[in-house]
Design a protein around this ligand. Sequence first.
Ligand SMILES: [Zn+2]
Length: 300
Amino acid sequence: MFPGCTEIAINSHLLQKRGILDNLAVDGHLFIVDTMSPFNMELEKLPLEFRRVGLKEVLALPLFCNKHDTELFTDIEVGTVDHFDYRTQILFTYRSLAGELRKKEISADLLGAMMNDSEVRILMPGHLIYKTEVKLQGFLLGISDINWYLHEIEEYLSSPGVKNFTFITREMKQLDVCASAGFTPMDFQQILDPIQELPLSSLSVNIVPRKKLCYLIVGTHNHMITPWISGFMGGCDAADDAEMENIISNILLKRCETWAMSPRLYDKLRREDRERILEELHMDVMSHDQNLFTSFNIFK
Ligand SMILES: [Zn+2]
């Protein structure tokens, strides 16, 4: 994925195993929410389920080759990490956006293959073909948007100078969750720019658990700051610890897919809390509306 590199990508962890994910693990495992396997699906049940997965599998995607994965991220993987430092924030953002890119590429490949398979097409009703094509276009636009952000970051990494991104980092008590993702809070009231010279405004989010503390790093490109985004970032900056629990709950339930939870938190949740989490996730799974909100605090 690194520009010019042709080596095969290894399975990179969006957040490293040692030093981050292992702070949440119990017996080497964490919990994620995943699509239910077809064998467990029942009509009246939600198609999502909690799954206990080994650290090797958690938040892992083929992103960079071994050499680049090691070289690029040494500064946030070895030694003491300053989470308030611009380069640290950039590197976390780089890997989370690379993860978003890869997920979209995988989905686009799948849909593209479906659309190009005449035998599959013949079996699909017209409205489903239309829906699939719209979805595919959405993924392709998303891919070109993320590439724009990645390119901006790569320019900084190759010659650090102008700081084109704005970040905030929040230090919090340990919350028993982690995340690494990007999201696009869309304002449907605004008339979309028909020429679309710039990508959509997106944010990157990293929730990084360390020994006793946890860091939230949120960032975006300076040209992409909307009133909603500056309000959101300001809110993260000003919130006290109790309010942070609500903000993090909203990020996990309404904004990002790539997150995981410690078995400690999973065990603390009551059965109805777990079901509520799955319902909240399912409700808005395809929505990018900036006004999504849940009052549900998963830490209470
Ligand atoms: Zn490489």
